[in-house]
Design a protein around this ligand. Structure first.
Ligand SMILES: [Zn+2]
Length: 543
């Protein structure tokens, strides 16, 4: 008996994965890759019911895997006021967008905006509560910086959260004051009193956010992602929303669910009571690692560094969220219980702390394939590389930060420190399988900025940061496919297009291997296939 394929993609270039070369055509059957080869060979597998897609010279790759992003908040942000630089480049346009939302919002109800970047705003600084008060006197207002770690509240919002001039900054957070007056800017843990009084979404709304965000990822050729902080806002209800979306066939792509395991936001008691541990679930919704935050963001000057930020005092080195002994205890407990860890650490001081905790846990109970991760891991020092290698700790960086934030980084640290950050090539040479991701909605989900940054190391303005760390396109695609699967311990089922692997495929509008980096930056996804079914076609979306 000869199997007839469900789908054949032919007459183009199929990149099967790093070291697996190219094919002209590929056949899919039963949700898996059946075979790949020349157009002639694959034509043999075509039957009367086979859907044949003419690639017409375009490139097909394994579906992309965004190894660290925030799907539910991304879907939710689609309903908030868009304050990203493209939508609101000036303070005036930012306030105008908020005023427009206020006009359709009953007085006293919240107006929430997301995505401003003070560095790229025309004023070059955060908006203030006075400016928000003047523009929106009748609504509590909450606007979140692009990195999610800082936000500005107006007076009504601060009052609802119980924050006034006499409130002092909590541990691991900052309530900014100037001449004793609140500016409205809140960083890290200082945001929590406001987050606690924001309106809550119910499980149906949360599932809707997941569905809406997920569909958008499919439109970018992304078939797998890690949701990097399930429970960060709405606790266990978020995990239940994921399960509901999955059960009701409304989970558009494969999700590796990383559960919050912080001091104040901890899903482990509920997860363990439900019998969950890393690796559980199925190929659509997989239980992932445990998330702990140890510092803030570089752009917000809250990432914990061993050397001060440029332009600040000697103590301007960011914020460590946890004492080291507490972190070591938390990591040890979760490690013993079988969990993979995914700890947020951006600055080298935070990375030191995490490596100490991993070393203690892995020494007490060795497990060479646990593959603990460091999320972001941007600013590690060269001497920390050997420790990562010895412990086999995987970095989960966002190369796209170099593109979007690289020009900002040059105002925060010495050029050689910036050039040495996000060392993709050295990680690869050390066998640490760096994945690629966007941290979306921190930056746009667009995979092409990431690919562009990995192969050119260029910022948005064109400055090259550490050319020695640039990757080939094959290596960059490997980071976006196989390495993401490796980081979720699923490389045996996805991440390349060998026979038997899941039939998850992205088709791009051009052959990325034959065009300039600038043309890669401008590319688009034409077709996305998941489980051997077409789940996105650009021509349908446009029409
Ligand atoms: Zn994140």
């Amino acid at each position: 008996m000869r199997i007839a394929a469900d789908i054949v993609l032919t007459n183009g270039r199929v990149w099967r994965g790093l070291g697996h070369g190219f094919a002209e055509a590929i056949a899919l059957w039963g949700g898996k890759v059946l075979a790949s080869g020349t157009a002639h060979e694959i034509a043999e597998l075509t039957g009367p019911h086979t859907q044949v897609i003419d690639l017409a010279g375009r490139l097909a790759t394994p579906g992309l895997n965004d190894a660290h992003m925030h799907l539910l908040p991304y879907g939710a942000a689609m309903e908030e006021v868009d304050l990203r630089p493209r939508a609101a480049p000036t303070l005036e346009s930012l306030l105008g967008a908020l005023r427009a939302r206020a006009r359709e919002t009953p007085p006293g109800d919240w107006v929430i905006g997301r995505g401003y970047d003070h560095f790229r705003l025309d004023t070059g600084r955060h908006p203030t509560r006075d400016e928000l008060d003047a523009a929106l006197p009748d609504h509590p207002v909450w606007i979140v910086r692009t990195d999610g770690h800082l936000a500005v509240a107006n007076t009504m919002a601060l009052a609802r959260a119980g924050i006034d001039e006499n409130t002092s900054s909590p541990p691991g957070g900052l309530i900014e004051k100037r001449d004793g007056r609140l500016t409205g800017l809140l960083a890290e843990t200082a945001r929590e009193p406001v987050l606690a009084v924001l309106p809550r979404a119910d499980i149906e709304a949360l599932a809707g956010f997941i569905e809406r965000g997920g569909r958008d990822l499919l439109a970018h050729g992304i078939t797998s992602c890690m949701e990097a902080a399930v429970g960060i806002r709405d606790g266990w209800l978020e995990m239940q929303a994921y399960q509901k979306a999955h059960r009701e066939n409304r989970l558009p792509l494969r999700v590796y669910a990383c559960l919050m395991g912080d001091v104040t936001r901890n899903l482990l008691p509920e997860a363990e009571a439900a019998g969950m541990c890393t690796g559980g679930g199925d190929a659509r919704l997989r239980i992932g690692p445990v998330k702990i935050f140890t510092d803030g963001s570089a752009g917000g000057r809250t990432a914990a560094m061993t050397k001060p930020y440029l332009g600040g005092g000697p103590d301007d080195k960011g914020i460590l969220c946890l004492p080291s002994d507490q972190l070591t205890q938390m990591v040890g407990d979760a490690h013993r219980a079988g969990w993979q860890m995914a700890i947020h650490a951006i600055g080298d001081a935070a990375i030191d702390q995490v490596l100490d905790a991993y070393e203690a846990a892995l020494t007490a109970m060795p497990d060479p394939q646990r593959r603990h991760r460091i999320e972001h891991c941007g600013w590690l020092r060269p001497d920390q590389m050997a420790r990562m290698q010895n412990l086999h700790i995987l970095p989960a960086p966002q190369p796209a930060f170099m593109y979007w934030f690289g020009d900002l980084y040059l105002t925060l640290a010495e050029p050689e420190r910036v050039a040495a950050s996000h060392p993709m090539r050295t990680w690869i040479e050390n066998g640490l399988e760096p994945s690629a991701s966007t941290d979306c909605p921190v930056v746009e989900i667009d995979p092409f900025a990431n690919l562009y940054a990995m192969i050119t190391r260029k910022t948005a303005s064109g400055t090259v940061l550490g050319a020695d760390q640039a990757l080939s396109l094959e290596e960059a695609l490997h980071a976006y496919t196989h390495a993401g699967a490796y980081a979720s311990r699923e490389e045996a089922i996805k991440g390349c297009l060998l026979p038997g692997r899941l039939a998850d495929i992205a088709v791009f509008d051009r052959d990325l291997f034959t065009v300039s980096p600038e043309e890669i930056r401008a590319a688009a996804c034409d077709i996305t296939i998941l489980d051997g079914r077409i789940v996105y076609r650009r021509e349908d979306a446009a029409g």
